[in-house]
Design a protein around this ligand. Structure first.
Ligand code: GRF
Length: 192
């Protein structure tokens, strides 16, 4: 049976990475083979250690070095790249090398509240400041336009009057943890 190997790119706490790893823990045909991060202090490094997942710390030069990155990913037979809070722009050579095989999660309802600077608490602050009645998550393919890739799934949550960026972030994380792993599985199984 063909094993689908996944590389997770993350820059932060790694709560999504942790959920994805546990979701596929007993999978026979999907393996989380590598975690790549650009942040030496990222919590996701801890997640890699705790789950015995190989991890790699890269800097901007390495991210832009196509031969290095492609070789590293091919070395692990990576078929899919999952972006779980990776804060650097994916280079175009990687998008070309993994067409419709790079999946990102954005903590808002794209196409609104996407693009430069729209990450973490900034997104939730912007959504609340705009007086939105709901927010949510967007799981989408990465293409060269980044946050404008084809949408795979969106899930919504209501915003109450007393919601803060923190309380909205919690609602969004709950949606992410519930829907990202199973959506990745669905996409991979349907792509066979
Ligand atoms: C998530 O909110 C995700 O939507 C965004 O980055 C955050 C990653 O959080 N792209 P974590 O590191 O998985 O906890």
């Amino acid at each position: 049976m063909k094993i689908n190997n996944i590389a997770i790119f993350a820059s932060g706490a790694g709560s999504n990475a942790r959920k994805i790893i546990s979701h596929f823990e007993n999978s026979e045909d999907i393996d989380i083979s590598l975690i790549i991060t650009n942040n030496p202090h990222a919590g996701v490094i801890q997640v890699a250690e705790e789950t015995n997942t190989p991890s790699l710390l890269i800097d901007k030069e390495k991210l832009k070095d196509s031969s290095y990155l492609i070789h590293t990913l091919r070395d692990k037979n990576i078929d899919w790249i999952i972006l779980a809070g990776f804060l650097w722009k994916i280079p175009e050579f990687l998008v070309d090398h993994f067409p419709k095989h790079i999946i990102n999660i954005h903590p808002a309802l794209l196409p609104k509240f996407g693009g430069k600077g729209m990450y973490g608490a900034h997104v939730h602050q912007a959504v609340i400041a705009a007086g939105e009645k709901e927010s949510g998550i967007t799981i989408h393919y990465i293409d060269k336009d980044y946050d404008r890739g084809e949408i795979i799934l969106q899930k919504r949550c209501f915003i109450n009057r007393d919601d803060t960026a923190e309380s909205l972030a919690e609602k969004i994380h709950t949606l992410e943890h519930k829907w990202f792993p199973r959506t990745i599985e669905k996409v991979i199984k349907e792509a066979k």
